[in-house]
Write a protein that binds this ligand. Sequence first.
Ligand SMILES: [Zn+2]
Length: 458
Amino acid sequence: MSLLIKHGTIVTAVDQYVGDVFVEGEKVSTIGTALDIPADRVIDAAGKYLFPGGIDVHTHLDMPFGGTNSADDFESGTIAAAHGGTTSIVDFAIQFRGQTLHDAWETWMKKAEGKAAIDYGFHMIMTEVNDRIELEMDALVRQGITSFKLFMAYPGVFMLDDASIFKALMRTGRNGGTICMHAENGGVIDVLTKKALSEGKTAPKYHALTRPARAEAEATHRAIALAEIADVPIYIVHLSAAEALEMVTEARDRGVPAFAETCPQYLFLSYDNYEEPGFEGAKYVMSPPLRPKDTQDRLWRGLAFNDLQAISTDHCPFCMKEQKTLGEHDFSKIPNGAPGIETRMSLVYDGGVRTGRISLNRFVELTSTSPAKIFGLFPRKGTIAPGSDADIVVFDPEKRVRLSVTTLHMNVDYNPYEGREVVGAAETVISRGKVVVDGGQFVGRAGAGSFLKRSTRM
Ligand SMILES: [Zn+2]
């Protein structure tokens, strides 16, 4: 199977030029101008951008949380991702206490196999660190699971103490893995939550009011300090608060290898959404919570100046009906998370590139190249170059789309951006040489995605 994409504007993290891309099998074979090579299919991409396929390094498909499961499984979630121009995800496998990391990995492989329509890798969430787990970390790194997520929040469920976190960080200094951190001070949040509930404050907005920005900043600072002592890099997931960004910026200014991602919800939504009438605020219950509106500009600046290196989604959808309602009378029982796997590329293009906040190259870097580099997928993924996987998005920069639950493909009964109009959308999406979305229609296959064995950090 071969594919010739003609006259597109090829955009990578560093280039922008009009050219043709010839794809043979699963790889990009040749790039040039006026390529005249016979192909099984020719796509005319005149006036369109060719981006490397989006890479979303923070998704939670088919994930158990608070007695229910995130509403997208690996089939619906990856099909929605493909529609939005994302061709690789790194999801999270969870090791529950007493379980081996290997068992956790197998459990999540079973969830994905035969279902994922695009390529997928896993970070490993660890809920305990001991001698046996440390040895298992080494084995997992060799098998292509090269990053581990730890929590400083959710006491009694996921939270680790500083000693455990420090031990895991030290271990990555030996095995080349990377620690990803959920940085919020879980103890403080737990006390504030219990206090709010005892005062009869049960509405969704108290989810945000019991998770102060300073609790995120404190944990971010502590996580980076622990990594600095262990002399290893660290990656902060879903950074939401300006106060936390200051901690990352301060560390990076001193030359400390601290990396962080943010997510579209923190760039386009704000605390004000929790004030929507009735139980509507539950749509936005996620951790960390949405922050005051003026935070958005600070995060955009962080993205533009490389204090933030990636935009992922933290896609973790729960339906309003029967899922979010678990917390109708107690905000602490509202499943944490929101949908976003499908809308990331369009939102960031429209709100970032079109407004002039970030350049086109920076857009590609934040949504594909930089996550590929940080998580051991580059140069197989994250660029358009001979020898790289042919993961390519033909992106129409003029297409107007009204985001709505009625037209999006995520398996959830609401959309946090309902009614928002964006300009710029994926038109044709190619995953390892195969067209999976053709003029907006999914033409791929559940199960076509393969497990991404990732390398250690460079
Ligand atoms: Zn998450």
